[in-house]
Design a protein around this ligand. Structure first.
Ligand code: NAD
Length: 358
């Protein structure tokens, strides 16, 4: 098959990790008989430097003309919060998700067997295994609500951020979660704060109604504070965890940390029809950029998700994941996961070894 992939290399270590992921795509293409056309798309701090804004005109159109989008990472101290919004890399990230209609963010948190020692939890907790999928609503809620800042007479400056959700927004992310659960261990945990927030009470009622349509999937509601606790107490209890935008932002970082390194975890952002966007969960790591020290595995596993969720080719996805496990099982480590007494390898060598294993 032929696929057209938009490459947003971005800033910092972005170009390095995307470079290794492209090598892996070529290796998979060779093994399974696929061909790829790559379209470079400028976005982030590098776009601000080149054309004066982080989200150049026509970006969404370029991506929409492709079958999938692979993003490295964007941002860095050079384009900080003192810059106008249109020059900040984060503005571009929010804009592309919204413009491509990517309302569901899927983040697996999986403790790779070869790295069980990197899990910061108690050994008996790690031994039970961690394999959950965090499904975060991505284009609604407080991050996209109306915000305001005004001077009051007696209380100084006051600000508001509005959290809004519609039944339709909740239902479509809920369906994603239930459908995914059917492909996994058939359990959905829906996270909310229904004891306090009106949006959460709507969230809970829609999720409960949906759960009746999926009688084969075990369903539970869980309050966000309890979920945060359970993720470190007993993460093995979770299969699919679905939640709104801000809770998901925080919980998905927590879930990823319990599995070890930030350099290992992929993500997918998908909508109903637009190309999915695949990216590592980490940022642009300016502290190690350009030094051949970045772990490319999160980006390489994002390519595995691309095969699974955009191209519906699970053998190819399995081949990438098995290659990563094999290389880690042989003891190869980049500096972030090397640990004491282990001589680390560089970004490029890690990419080469994974390609060979494929
Ligand atoms: P970060 O994820 O870039 O780095 C945090 C720490 O993890 C650093 O010590 C870094 O060296 C390390 N690290 C990250 N990825 C690694 C990898 N693949 N291999 C080895 N080590 C890795 O987070 P940060 O320092 O908070 O943010 C740096 C910049 O990235 C900021 O400008 C931030 O806004 C941006 N950012 C972008 C995204 C994105 O593009 N989606 C996400 C998060 C942060």
């Amino acid at each position: 098959m032929n696929f057209k992939i938009a490459l947003i290399k971005g800033d910092g270590i972005g170009p390095e990790v995307v470079g290794e992921a492209v090598k892996v795509l070529e290796a998979v293409g060779k093994k399974f008989g696929h061909r790829f056309t790559f379209v470079d798309v400028l976005l982030g701090g590098c776009a601000t430097d080149a054309v004066g804004k982080s989200y150049p005109d026509g970006t969404a159109e370029k991506c929409n003309a492709c079958d999938a989008v692979l993003l490295g990472a964007v941002g860095g101290p050079k384009w900080g919060s003192d810059k106008p919004a249109e020059q900040r890399p984060e503005t571009a990230l929010l804009a592309i998700r919204k413009d491509l209609g990517l309302y569901a963010n899927l983040r697996p948190a999986f403790l790779r067997p070869a790295l069980a020692g990197a899990c910061p939890l108690k050994q008996e907790t790690a031994e039970k295994g961690i394999d959950l999928m965090m499904v975060r609503e991505l284009t609604g809620g407080i991050y996209f609500g109306k915000r305001d800042r005004y001077q009051t007479e007696d209380r100084g400056v006051e600000c508001t951020d509005l959290m809004a959700y519609s039944e339709r927004e909740i239902e479509r992310i809920g369906r994603r979660a239930f459908e995914l659960a059917r492909l996994r261990r058939k359990k959905v945990s829906s996270v909310d704060k229904a004891n306090v927030l009106e949006t959460s009470r709507l969230w809970r009622s829609v999720m409960r109604r949906l759960s009746e349509e999926y009688p084969d999937v075990q369903y539970e509601d869980i309050l966000v504070d309890n979920c945060a606790m359970q993720l470190v107490r007993d993460p093995g209890q979770f299969d699919v965890v679905v939640t709104e935008n801000m809770f998901g932002d925080i919980l998905s970082d927590e879930a990823s940390m319990v599995t070890g390194s930030i350099g290992l975890l992929p993500s997918a952002s998908v909508g109903d029809s637009a190309p999915g966007l695949y990216e590592p969960i980490h940022g642009s790591a300016p502290d190690i950029a350009g030094q051949d020290k970045a772990n490319p595995i999160a980006t390489i596993l994002s390519v595995a998700m691309m095969f699974r969720y955009s191209f519906h080719l699970s053998d190819e996805a399995d081949a990438i994941e098995a290659a990563v496990d094999r290389v880690l099982g042989e003891g190869w480590r980049t500096p972030d996961i090397a640990g004491p007494g282990v001589a680390p390898i560089g970004t490029r060598q890690m990419g080469d070894l994974i390609c060979q294993a494929i």
